[in-house]
Design a binder for this molecule. Structure first.
Ligand SMILES: Cc1cc2nc3c(=O)[nH]c(=O)nc-3n(C[C@H](O)[C@H](O)[C@H](O)COP(=O)(O)OP(=O)(O)OC[C@H]3O[C@@H](n4cnc5c(N)ncnc54)[C@H](O)[C@@H]3O)c2cc1C
Ligand code: SF4
Length: 290
């Protein structure tokens, strides 16, 4: 709003709504949309049962920002593409039909997967990467009633409508996010690796959320997702399936990373991500398995 990127006619303060609580349920953990990033990351049940989420949130922003930022707000934050924020430049996300400044511009921070010729921006959130890896479910409420959306389906790829970041409909509010009890199996071998231009207060060039279930040296299950590579948090299903039943080790991790990178497409200034991303996956898996 300060930069004139969006000019809403009306603002609604939702801070008074009773959506701040974090409660254990029979199905897992229920996190209100107004719980702050700090409250979630420091919560004893999150630290105990879903430590991957805590690591991802704490890799984002700064302590001051995390004290203010909410779950709903973090999910809804828009891309950090410089052309989106520069109102003198074309941007299909800000102004549909105006073109994409980044496509032939300085696209160092941009996508490797799922982009379109309309938009190559990435979703900037760290929290979202862990949420998608943990199979979270979003509760929303709107004029037509309540519905649940799988976290993986909440954010969308740009296609021909990059102005739409997600599948929330007009008038809908995020009420809560649920973490399923099944994801508690990934409470031991986890790592969130974030590669950025400086160690604090910077968005991810590449991030990897890795969670393994390990029996002895055998990987019995795996969860893997990447940030900084797509218009939505990018789950690495093929690599997860490959890892299941394999023995922990560098070569297996390298093969998983290669699989995860299939279909990657870089632009002029983000070619380095084609090397950085698989290396980050291997490193995150090593750290998670340690
Ligand atoms: C300098 C800086 C660095 C940052 N670095 C990182 C980082 O490295 N990693 C990271 O993940 N994040 C980062 N952030 C983002 C930050 O963590 C916040 O998540 C983000 O700014 C949103 O904050 P908020 O909760 O105050 O949302 P707001 O700014 O209040 O809202 C953001 C949007 O979400 C909408 N919204 C909010 N709540 C709901 C709801 N319940 N239902 C529907 N819509 C809703 C609002 O209408 C608005 O459009 C950074 C932010 C800044 C300013
Ligand atoms: S990448 Fe997307 S957000 Fe960036 S300029 Fe192009 S259309 Fe706009």
């Amino acid at each position: 709003m300060k930069m004139g990127v969006v000019m809403p006619e009306r603002l609604v303060d939702i801070n008074g709504l009773p959506l701040k609580t974090i409660t254990k349920t029979t199905e897992g953990l229920h996190i209100g949309a107004l719980a702050t990033n700090s409250d979630v990351a420091d919560h004893s049940l999150v630290l105990q049962d879903y430590p991957l989420l805590s690591l991802a949130i704490n890799a984002g922003a700064s302590p001051q920002l995390r004290n203010m930022a909410t779950v709903g707000g973090n999910m809804m934050q828009r891309t950090r593409c410089n052309y989106f924020f520069d109102t003198a430049m074309p941007c299909n996300k800000r102004s549909p039909g105006s073109g994409c400044g980044a496509l032939t511009g300085y696209n160092r921070m941009h996508a490797l997967f799922g982009a379109s010729d309309q938009c190559i921006a990435v979703n900037p959130s760290d929290m979202n990467v862990a949420m998608v890896a943990l199979d979270a479910v979003v509760h929303v409420k709107g004029p037509k009633g309540e519905r649940k959306i799988k976290f993986a389906d909440f954010h969308r790829l740009p296609g021909d409508h990059p102005e739409k970041d997600n599948t929330l409909e007009r008038g809908e509010l995020i009420m809560a996010v649920d973490l399923p009890a099944a994801a508690q199996a990934f409470n031991r071998h986890v790592h969130y690796l974030k590669i950025r231009d400086r160690s604090s207060y910077a968005f991810a060039l590449i991030s990897v959320a890795a969670a393994l279930n390990v029996d002895g040296t055998t990987i019995t299950d795996a969860r893997l997702a990447m940030g900084g590579v797509a218009h939505k948090p990018w789950r690495l299903h093929t690599a997860e399936v490959f890892l299941k039943g394999k023995t922990v080790g560098d070569e297996v991790f390298r093969q998983a990373a290669q699989m995860a990178m299939q279909g990657a497409k870089a632009y002029k200034y983000n070619q380095f991500k084609l090397t950085m991303a698989p290396n980050a996956i291997v490193q995150a898996l090593k750290m998670a398995s340690a």
